[in-house]
Ligand binder design. Structure first.
Ligand code: COA
Length: 377
């Protein structure tokens, strides 16, 4: 057994924790690869269902394989009636990520056969991926006073999610924009939520527990919650001519500007490059380039002041906002995509399992005398 290294890597920065075939990030070149395929190709030529297949099985599907998966995901969309009622009984003012985390955890009670860890967890992976839009949609519809959701077998994962949230037919462009966003968010190597899913799975716990851990981790503003904060920043700035003043004031108070910087990318996040263009396209289609112009200005100022590049969250919020998705659902929408990556990583963990258990460098005392409680001050 090797002895732990004494050097602490805060935040596990630059620590290579495991081998994975799923995702590669080249932080210097600004490249993101899923199972060998460049994200730029996948975003322009593929779709969410195909990417989910790629992440789970390690190869692109044939026409038949994709058709089978699509059909299966649609079949798995429906929530158990008791679960839908449970969601309806949760406080309507809840944080949607709390609802999602609770619902994923509770769903396991309805589906005990899916909670055996191991290769059969592919069933749970597909079930959770199929059902997450239904959970998010059900919660939103209930709080908005909309009727229960039907399964809509004609709609893709992205189209169904939009239909559930907007309560109308999404246009082809709207479905395509969201589909691209879901492709871009489906995996990102050992990001915090995926790591937490793998840590949970590495104890031989089940997939539903692993995804519950991941949802809780994604909720944080330094991870999935950043795009919601970008929208708050845009509200605060208001017009492009105020961007410099507001950003500079924040930086002088040592505040972080959400949507900028990344632990791995040292150049522009390729997902930001792709979403910037889609933000412009959807803005043009809706006749509203307000967000796009504001974000371009913020980018200019932040780069000039701090040399920081945008990450995926800078433009995703504006895209979701223009699609009419409520701001507090941005992170749940992220989860409806990342669930494919989380579950692919959990399946990989089960195939090559080793308990993830790092060490801490102890910096406290070791020889304190025990003082009886009555003698303590
Ligand atoms: N705004 C302002 N300064 C930032 C910044 C940001 N968004 N991101 C990093 N920095 C600065 C830090 O203040 C630090 O400066 P210093 O050396 O003068 O103290 C330096 O850049 C390094 O930051 P550090 O926190 O060590 O980098 P990290 O790898 O831990 O941070 C993030 C990565 C993502 C947590 C960080 O960039 C951040 O908080 N970004 C905003 C949240 C966000 O957009 N998250 C979504 C990620 S996809």
């Amino acid at each position: 057994m090797t002895s732990p290294t004494e050097e602490v890597q805060r935040g596990l920065q630059d620590v290579v924790a495991l081998e994975s075939r799923i995702c590669f990030i080249d932080g210097k070149q600004g490249r993101l690869i899923y199972n060998g395929y460049d994200i730029r190709d996948l975003a322009s030529k593929s779709n969410f269902e195909e990417v989910a297949y790629l992440l789970w099985y390690g190869r692109l599907p044939t026409t038949d394989q994709l058709a089978t998966l699509r059909h299966h995901l649609i079949e798995l969309r429906e929530l158990p009636a008791a679960m839908a009622e449970r969601i309806d009984s949760m406080p309507a003012g809840s944080n949607p990520m709390d609802i999602l985390r609770t619902a994923v955890s509770e769903l396991a009670l309805f589906e005990p056969e899916e909670t055996r860890p191991g290769p059969s967890s592919i069933g749970g992976a597909q079930r959770l991926t199929a059902v997450l839009p239904s959970i998010v949609g059900q919660f939103h519809r209930r709080r908005a006073g909309l009727p229960r959701l039907g399964t809509r077998p004609d709609l893709s994962h992205a189209g169904y999610l939009l239909y559930a949230l907007l309560d109308r037919e999404p246009t082809e462009l709207e479905s395509r924009v969201l589909d691209v966003a879901l492709v871009l968010h489906a995996d990102h190597e050992l990001n915090a939520s995926t790591f937490s899913a793998r840590v949970t799975a590495s104890t031989l716990s089940d997939l539903y527990s692993a995804v519950t851990s991941a949802v809780g981790t994604l909720k944080g503003p330094l991870h999935g919650g950043a795009n919601e904060r970008v929208m708050e920043l845009l509200e605060e700035i208001g017009t492009p001519d105020r961007a410099e003043e507001v950003v500079k004031a924040k930086l002088s108070r040592h505040e972080r500007i959400m949507g900028f910087g990344h632990r791995v990318y040292k150049v522009e996040d390729p997902r930001a490059t792709i979403l910037r263009e889609w933000s412009r396209r959807i803005g043009e289609a809706k006749g509203d380039l307000h967000y796009y112009e504001l974000l371009r200005k913020v980018e200019e100022v932040v780069h000039h002041e701090k040399g920081l590049y945008p990450n995926v969250d800078l433009y995703s919020g504006s895209v979701y906002g223009l699609l009419g998705i409520p701001t507090d659902l941005f992170t749940p929408v992220f989860a409806t995509s990342r669930v494919a990556g989380w579950t692919a990583h959990v399946l990989e963990e089960y195939q090559d399992l080793r308990l993830i258990r790092p060490s801490a460098k102890y910096i406290g005392p070791t020889d304190l005398p025990y003082v009886p409680i009555k003698a303590r001050v």
